[in-house]
Design a protein around this ligand. Structure first.
Ligand code: HEM
Length: 499
């Protein structure tokens, strides 16, 4: 393993071709893993420069993410990978006081967005997309459409405006390309020293993609916001950021130069757009992927929604309880099976011993919601998509330990957008299931307005499902074997962000 990673590390990033070979070498190595080693309580790899430990033991998970979180900051490699996109934004920062401060600011800005606003915007934007799809009169590709849709929702709800359709399409294209370049070599970062990591990131050509995405954000959101402070209710998140910037400038009496202000705004808005759209789009994509094979469930939900008041009253907090419960169960099950951030990557600041195994200082420590939420010791029939497990009188036994279900992370770096995401996903899903029939077609995985689905699509859909089911690796990982464009992983398995 170590030898192969070292060889792959040398090849990666030199050219597109060699990077692809490097990705294949890593994937081949991972496939050698027999049985379910990723379910071990602790799995430690010795890499050329360091070690990598995957912890499934829930007590260790608590130690890493919460109890001793200060000793396990986010890995530097993560910051390197994300810097071209989000600059110094909170998501990529390892830890310490600056992060605590930035998080506080981010959370305060998020709480300015009322839940009713999230629901109202999500409902209106989804309806507009549905109308466009209906007008187009042909199936649409779910992953990219959901990406555009969730970007529009996050930006409209928080900044009071959104990309034009052309900008939105370009943004999604660039983001998929970013993933496509990062995924094959992600694990290789662990086998490099600092200089090697930097060189690898540079050779991947992420800077140019990141720069174009940031320019789109700067032109559409940041410059107009700085030019004319918006009315607070229209852009609650942006207004809170502007107020905080003004307050800190006032506090140290040296108003930040314009470009520094602009960069700080740009970084946090980039975090908001990226963390806030890709995750929800991914969960909903996977959920619709599963529902495409469950037409009876779709019919039932459509009927329930038709006779309820979900769409019109979610915004007032008066949604039909039965529908809300069913939607909630679907979302929970998708979050369990397909957590969009499959790996939480940390790095030890000191040598530690886990279950009698020494891990060196600087070693990578991974907590994986993906492996924990599919662990046989915790979940009955863990690989089965079964929303009903969330509808029983008692919650699933696994959840007696809160660490058995951590799609939003845990501890001081837990997702601050959890509530935003839940409210948004309910609204989108209620609209989609009320108005759409989801099916997988021969070439695309699609949503069509209600109506019969071409049966010719079913054969290939079943085959694609078998491939997906037999795959033990999360999407986006080198060992993942779904075919290009045939899974919610999007083009080239671009989905399934790994952080
Ligand atoms: C289904 C939806 C979502 C899921 C499953 C999710 C999951 C996560 C997870 C697991 C983390 C922690 C990563 C770590 O510890 O390494 C995280 C962080 C974060 N999330 Fe989310 N997220 C979702 C939606 C959102 C939304 C809608 C927003 C914003 C509106 C958001 C903003 C953030 C931010 C800013 C962080 C970084 C916090 C930090 O670095 O301290 N997320 N998310």
């Amino acid at each position: 393993m170590a030898l192969m990673l070292s060889l792959a590390g040398r090849l990666a990033g030199r050219s597109r071709f060699l990077t692809r070979i490097a990705g294949r070498l890593v994937a081949r190595e991972l496939r050698q893993l027999k049985g379910k080693p990723v379910e071990r309580q602790l799995l430690v790899y010795d890499l050329p420069e360091t070690q990598l430990a995957l912890a499934n033991d829930l007590r260790l998970v608590d130690t890493i993410l919460s109890d001793r979180a200060g000793s396990f900051p986010k890995a530097r490699a993560l910051e390197r990978l994300l810097r071209p996109l989000i600059g110094g934004g909170v998501f990529g920062q390892p830890g310490g006081d600056p992060v605590r401060q930035a998080r506080r600011l981010f959370v305060r800005a998020l709480t300015r967005i009322p839940e009713q606003r999230v629901t109202a915007v999500a409902t209106a934007v989804t309806r507009a997309y549905l109308a466009d799809w209906q007008q187009a009169g042909r199936p649409v590709a779910i992953p990219s459409e959901l990406s555009r849709l969730t970007i529009d929702i996050v930006s409209e709800a928080s900044l009071g405006t959104r990309f034009t359709a052309a900008e939105g399409r370009r943004f999604v294209e660039l983001f998929f390309e970013y993933h496509r370049r990062v995924n094959p070599v992600l694990l290789l970062l662990g086998s490099q020293d600092d200089a090697g990591q930097q060189a690898l990131v540079e050779r991947m050509g992420l800077a140019a993609i990141g720069a174009e995405m940031r320019e789109l954000i700067r032109r559409r959101f940041v410059v107009p916001l700085l030019d004319a402070a918006p009315e607070g209710g229209q852009a609650p998140f942006a207004t809170a950021l502007l107020e905080a910037a003004a307050a800190s400038a006032g506090a140290d009496r040296t108003s930040a130069p314009d470009d520094a202000r602009q960069t700080a705004m740009l970084d946090e808005i980039a975090v908001m757009l990226l963390a806030g759209h890709e995750t929800t789009a991914s969960v909903l994509s996977w959920l619709l992927w599963e529902l495409a094979e469950a037409p009876a469930e779709q019919d039932e939900m459509a009927a329930l929604i038709a006779t309820s008041t979900v769409a019109s009253t979610l915004a007032d907090g008066r949604a039909d309880a039965a529908v809300t419960r069913r939607l909630g169960a679907l979302i929970q099950e998708a979050l369990r099976l397909y957590p969009p951030i499959a790996f939480l990557l940390r790095q030890t600041t000191e040598a530690v011993t886990f279950r009698q195994r020494p891990i060196c200082a600087g070693g990578y420590v991974v907590v994986s919601p993906w492996t924990i939420q599919r662990h046989r010791a915790l979940w009955p029939q863990p690989d089965r998509f079964d929303p009903a497990r969330w509808l029983a009188a008692e919650p699933p036994a696994a959840t007696a330990d809160r660490l058995a279900m951590i799609p939003f992370g845990y501890g001081p770096r837990v997702c601050p957008g959890k509530r935003f995401a839940e409210v948004e996903m309910h609204a989108i899903l209620g609209e989609l299931l009320g108005a759409c029939r989801i099916a997988r077609t021969r070439s695309r995985w699609a949503a069509s307005p209600h109506g019969p689905t071409a049966t010719s699509a079913c054969t290939s859909a079943r085959a694609a499902r078998r491939r997906l089911r037999s795959c033990r690796q999360p999407p986006g990982q080198p060992g993942h074997r779904c075919r290009r464009g045939r899974s919610p992983a999007g083009p080239g398995c671009a989905r399934g962000a790994v952080f």
